[in-house]
Write a protein that binds this ligand. Structure first.
Ligand code: URA
Length: 158
């Protein structure tokens, strides 16, 4: 069970998809290669994941063979995430990748259609960017992700 990690009073809440093998082993989200990249991106905007940031996933257990979580699995895990959001009360939620974005926005649009807009999870502003694992596979997304994180940095200062 990979619940989440970081500062429980965080203003910035990052939500990924589901734990992978390393996360499952360590019991912590985003500790594999995608997580290391996420740490570097956070550092570039002056954050680190233990200070004013909380990192969690939509699904709390690793789907077999890292397949996408099934709708039934997402449905079972959402109450945990809702409770986390209610306790943390972040200023901004960032959905990392398609599964997080589509689940939280309740829409099936592509990331490129959901980026650069302020959505809301109940009354909390939510923005969407690509998952760091997508960035590892496709370097051309780097510019878009960097733009999104600059927006996040500015929003957090406002
Ligand atoms: N990918 C995710 O979406 N979450 C993790 O915790 C690790 C990789």
């Amino acid at each position: 069970f990979v619940f989440g990690s970081g500062d429980p009073d965080a203003d910035l809440l990052l939500i990924g998809e589901a734990p992978g093998e390393e996360e499952d082993y360590k019991g912590e989200p985003f500790v594999g290669n995608a997580g290391k990249l996420l740490d570097r991106i956070l550092k570039a905007i002056g954050y680190n994941r233990n200070e004013n940031v909380f990192v969690a996933n939509i699904v709390k257990c690793r789907p077999p063979e890292n397949r996408n979580p099934l709708p039934t699995e997402i449905e079972k895990c959402i109450p945990y995430l809702s409770k986390q959001i209610n306790l943390i009360k972040p200023k901004l939620i960032v959905a990392l990748g398609k599964v997080a974005a589509q689940t939280l926005i309740k829409d099936d649009k592509l990331i490129k259609e959901m980026r650069k807009k302020t959505h809301y999870y109940y009354d909390i502003p939510l923005i969407v960017t690509y998952h760091p694992a997508a960035l590892l596979r496709n370097q051309s997304l780097k510019i878009d992700v960097w733009e999104d994180f600059q927006y996040i940095r500015d929003f957090m200062k406002s």
